[in-house]
Design a protein around this ligand. Sequence first.
Ligand SMILES: Cc1cc2nc3c(=O)[nH]c(=O)nc-3n(C[C@H](O)[C@H](O)[C@H](O)COP(=O)(O)OP(=O)(O)OC[C@H]3O[C@@H](n4cnc5c(N)ncnc54)[C@H](O)[C@@H]3O)c2cc1C
Length: 229
Amino acid sequence: MKYDFLIAGAGLFGAVFAYEAAGRGKRCLVIDRRAHIAGNIYTEQIDGIHVHQYGAHIFHTSNAAIWRYICQFSEFNNYINAPIAIYKDELYNLPFNMNTFSKLWGVKTPAEARSIIEKQRAESGVTNPRNLEEQALFLAGRDIYEKLIKGYTEKQWGAQCKDLPAFIIKRLPLRFTYNNNYFNDRYQGIPIGGYTQIVGKLLSESDVRLNTDYRDFIKENPGIAPKTI
Ligand SMILES: Cc1cc2nc3c(=O)[nH]c(=O)nc-3n(C[C@H](O)[C@H](O)[C@H](O)COP(=O)(O)OP(=O)(O)OC[C@H]3O[C@@H](n4cnc5c(N)ncnc54)[C@H](O)[C@@H]3O)c2cc1C
């Protein structure tokens, strides 16, 4: 057989597998039905900008070994994901934290914020949430629900919060610190030079065939490798 492994998918998983296998002397063929490597983390340079074609990807981990591993292949910038929500031309930091509460109510301390949330929760009168609206009111009170949950959720689900089941929101993380960082992980960033070059390096010791669907390929090449990943 020509290869030790046939790997279906040239995304991050397939590429890391191929790199590790090749490093152990194994011959790998990586196939992908797309016209490019890197799967969903594919980035393409357009007018000097690395565009994340399948949506923005931020690398984040709390595992030092994983961070050291990925840093072999690229330098990372110091990007911290700190999203901002717009409600009727007002800007709010997400995830909900003291910056959000300060903007909403002019409060400075966690105690002041907690007290407003508790008051609004009590005013909602909800004790046993029957739908998503009641669940959000029960967890976070009216202001946070109406300004920062309702519109976003209804757009995402294409339905009214009153018509959605309560279990969709199990808990709402409320941070009582001035910390806008979306992730809690110790290490975070975006690779300088984009993700595609990382995957290119991971695949450098393997053969790669693009525009190749596994189901068709394996019918035509049943004996290509003893193991398929
Ligand atoms: C919009 C968006 C944002 C995200 N943001 C983040 C983020 O910020 N941070 C983060 O850690 N993760 C994020 N993720 C998740 C991240 O994209 C995935 O965890 C990661 O890319 C998965 O890698 P993978 O190799 O398992 O899969 P993929 O990247 O999906 O690669 C699988 C590959 O297999 C190929 N394939 C599938 N079927 C076949 C077949 N039959 N024959 C041949 N090839 C086939 C596909 O074409 C694809 O290229 C995000 C995902 C999306 C969609």
